[in-house]
Design a protein around this ligand. Structure first.
Ligand code: NAD
Length: 270
């Protein structure tokens, strides 16, 4: 197999996975596994250490390199400690993949029903957490005049979406990624953002099934029907493949782009 990330050190934040049945795989877990398959040494990071460890073990089980670390990205001190740990373990950071994002779980709601508590919580996780992670990784990347950052937004930023905070944070992330890209281009650091559409992941399908007391099959069928390409949701591997392209040298002249991975749903707005 090609080793497009040979010997690179990759931090995947949110590399664990929401509960749900296998074989549905989350975007973060699939990305961590794919980076490792392509030769990267992966630091699998999650607020829940056991979930980060599960991903690291899956990677090791394939004969690839990974270790795990706990970090709640709503706590800046924990981010600082995680970056320090990555440097102690590997001495460099080539790739930062920011996957963490919540919606239903954070009690997000419509414009007339949103509460201060829910807005603050989801903003702290979805937006501030990534901003602070990038803040602490950038100095390390700047020193080596190289690095690739991928942030995970959502097509909710561009498409009609019912709830306030997910839409607001995922939209803000696009503008902020462009800011990171332009302010770090002179250091050889690239920053891009992926907008997944409707994906068949435990976070999207099983979390909704639990929250709305409906079956996985019902939720999945409704989501499938909304996807232009083949009437089928994408998977975590589709996001992982896009991320691999954006962190590898194949995209060495690409920075500041917002890439939909959505089976064509963005064409409806264009
Ligand atoms: N699945 C979809 O349909 C879809 C669509 C659009 C965008 N996305 C985006 O994809 C990303 C998530 O995909 P996934 O399938 O890997 O989800 P997931 O929920 O399976 O994995 C996310 C991980 O983040 C961890 N996490 C949550 N809060 C954290 C915190 N404060 N600090 C550190 N870790 C924390 C969770 O424990 C979990 O393991 C999100 O950014 C989401 O908005 C998903």
């Amino acid at each position: 197999m090609a080793e497009r990330l040979k010997d690179r050190v990759a931090i995947v934040v949110g590399a664990g996975q929401s509960p749900g049945p296998t074989p549905a795989i989350g975007n973060g877990r699939a990305t961590a596994m794919l980076f490792a398959r392509e030769g990267a040494k992966v630091l699998s990071v999650d607020r829940e250490l056991d979930l980060a460890e599960e991903t690291a073990e899956l990677i090791q089980g394939e004969g690839n390199a990974a270790s795990a670390a706990a970090c709640d990205i709503t706590e800046e001190a924990q981010i600082e400690a995680m970056v320090k740990l990555a440097m102690e373990r590997h001495g460099r950071i080539d790739i930062l993949h920011n996957n963490v994002g919540i919606s239903v779980d954070g009690n997000d709601a419509s414009p007339t029903e949103i509460t201060t508590e829910a807005f603050d919580l989801i903003t702290a996780v979805n937006l501030r957490g990534m901003v602070m992670t990038v803040k602490h990784v950038l100095p390390v990347m700047r020193e080596r005049l190289a690095g690739a950052i991928v942030n995970i937004s959502s097509m909710a930023a561009w498409n009609n979406y019912p709830w306030v905070t997910y839409k607001a944070t995922k939209s803000a992330m696009i503008a902020w990624t462009q800011q990171v890209a332009i302010q770090n281009a002179e250091f050889g650091i690239r920053a891009n953002v992926i907008l997944p559409g409707l994906m068949d992941t435990p976070m999207a399908v099983d979390t909704r099934a639990r929250a709305f007391e409906r079956s996985r099959e019902e939720i999945a069928a409704e989501r499938d029907a909304r996807v232009p390409l083949r009437g089928k949701m994408g998977t975590g591997w589709d996001v992982a493949n896009a991320a691999l392209f954006l962190v590898s040298d194949d995209s060495q002249f690409i920075t500041g782009v917002a890439l939909p991975v959505d089976g064509g749903s963005s064409c409806r707005t264009g």
